[in-house]
Design a protein around this ligand. Structure first.
Ligand SMILES: Cc1cc2nc3c(=O)[nH]c(=O)nc-3n(C[C@H](O)[C@H](O)[C@H](O)COP(=O)(O)OP(=O)(O)OC[C@H]3O[C@@H](n4cnc5c(N)ncnc54)[C@H](O)[C@@H]3O)c2cc1C
Length: 433
């Protein structure tokens, strides 16, 4: 097992930086058990792609990315078992080669399985990624390993655990048969797409709306399952569309100094990059997941029950269109849909849910981005929940008001980790410990 001493841990976009005393790179469960057992304070990290300060900040760190083997398949049950440091893209490529899929994928493929599960990572038109776990093992604070199956009561707490109940070790996913999506994309006025959400969720197998703040427009992406051999009219749109990120970077470069320029930049970006239509087909992974990203962005994301969403959306839109409050928002705000489940810390606990992303295209100046504050205030007011991996300011008092099972989760955490081994300062605040 490799060990580095006295170094500096830096998150993907350099917004979170901490010193550490020991950093271990593990390759076996036994090594993981030994370090957890012998550490007073410990955090495990994957690809370091979370905006929230949840992955380090204590003296002992474990880099889980070398604990990344595919362990087994069950061909008749369509399940695959992997170690938690595996990168999502590797999992998806292997299951696609077998003719399987996981039917709800995030818009990023460089994250680890453990990081994705611990923070409630999701896609659209399906359930959270962690809902596809059929069984897993975790290394508890005392170094012992506990196996948990779908039949255990603990599964509803473990699916989204922020890494505070133990370290996820081996995970078995339930896959489904691979399918092909026929994807159609194009712009629509807010007055058109907003009232059609429920009808479209019933009609289509995939729905995602990239809302374009300050333009009154959304860019709607719909997908329908088709036979893999069905011919469709492929239309990738104008070739200059691939320059969207570069154009955004240039246009938003000084919006931390002149926030109002965002409204003008968004109109230009809409005209240049979101006003045409596209049509294509492919698997969910190939046709809808972005494969490469620069590290220049900072993210927040809030979630709200499907029925409440139109009201929250209208309130947010009115608020950010007031030029007085400086809450100008970069393109796009990603609107996605997650179906209800029973996991304690899930955004979709007991209700179908809408998620709405908020991006600052300039990570270094994210602290001055007023939009993060306005979005949080409005969503919290209506009972919304923050994405665990992204930027938010809410703590125990607010979270206990929106998570029905918050108290139960806290009690379980205390039982499994009485010495608070897995809490860093950020998580201590979150749990009011
Ligand atoms: C460009 C971009 C796009 C994104 N798109 C989406 C999206 O579409 N949908 C979505 O929901 N999220 C999205 N995210 C958020 C992302 O899924 C989470 O930040 C995820 O946690 C990142 O995984 P990671 O491997 O980098 O984890 P890290 O950031 O390294 O760790 C995250 C947390 O997981 C814990 N952890 C890591 N491994 C384990 C383990 N084995 N056991 C227990 N705890 C563990 C860490 O301690 C930490 O608390 C996106 C993020 C970025 C930067």
């Amino acid at each position: 097992m490799k060990q580095n001493k006295n170094g500096v841990w830096t998150s993907w976009n350099a917004n979170v930086i901490h010193n550490y005393k020991s950093l271990y790179k593990v390759t076996t469960e036994e090594e993981l058990q030994e370090i957890v057992k012998n550490s007073e304070k410990i955090r495990v990290f994957g690809s370091k792609q979370s905006s929230a300060d949840i992955a380090s900040g204590v003296e002992t760190l474990v880099d889980i990315t070398s604990y990344n083997k595919i362990l087994s398949f069950d061909d008749s049950a369509h399940t695959i078992t992997v170690q938690s440091g595996l990168i999502l893209s590797e999992l998806l490529e292997i299951i696609e080669a077998k003719g399987w899929c996981i039917p709800c994928l995030p818009d990023i493929n460089t994250i680890t399985i453990g990081g994705a599960l611990a923070t409630g990572t999701h896609g659209t038109s399906g359930k959270l990624l962690s809902e596809y776990i059929t069984q897993c093992s975790i290394v508890l604070a005392d170094g012992s390993v506990k196996k948990i199956t779908e039949k255990d009561d603990l599964i509803d707490a473990i699916r989204i655990s922020l890494g505070v109940l133990g370290v996820l070790s081996k995970i078995t996913f339930q896959c489904e048969p691979l399918y092909t999506l026929h994807v159609k994309e194009g712009p629509e006025n807010d007055s058109i797409w907003l009232p059609k959400i429920k009808e479209r969720l019933k009609k289509h197998d995939f729905l995602r709306i990239l809302w374009l703040p300050h333009t009154d427009k959304g860019y709607v992406i719909k997908g329908d399952k088709i036979d893999v051999n069905k011919e469709i009219k492929e239309d990738a749109g104008p070739s200059y569309l691939k320059h969207r990120r570069t154009a955004s970077k240039i246009l938003y470069k000084y919006t931390h100094i002149f926030p109002w320029f965002t409204a003008i930049a968004n109109k230009l970006l809409y005209l240049g990059f979101f006003s045409s239509t596209k049509e294509h087909k492919g698997s969910l992974y190939q046709a809808t997941v972005t494969k490469s990203r620069g590290s220049t962005l900072e993210l927040a994301e809030w979630t709200i029950g499907l029925d409440k969403f139109p009201k929250v959306f209208e309130e947010l839109k009115t608020e950010i269109n007031k030029w007085s409050n400086k809450s100008f928002i970069h393109i796009p705000m990603d609107i996605r849909f997650v179906y209800k489940d029973t996991s304690w810390l899930s955004y979709a606990y007991k209700e179908d849910t809408v998620t709405m992303g908020c991006v600052s295209r300039n990570a270094a100046t994210a602290d001055t981005y007023e939009a993060f504050k306005s979005v949080e205030r409005i969503f919290l007011k209506h009972g919304g929940k923050p994405h665990w991996a992204k930027r938010f300011a809410a703590k125990d008092a607010e979270l206990s008001g929106v998570y029905e099972k918050w108290g139960d989760f806290k009690m379980l955490r205390k039982k499994l980790d009485p010495a608070n081994k897995f809490l860093n300062p950020y998580l201590k605040d979150i749990f009011n410990e």
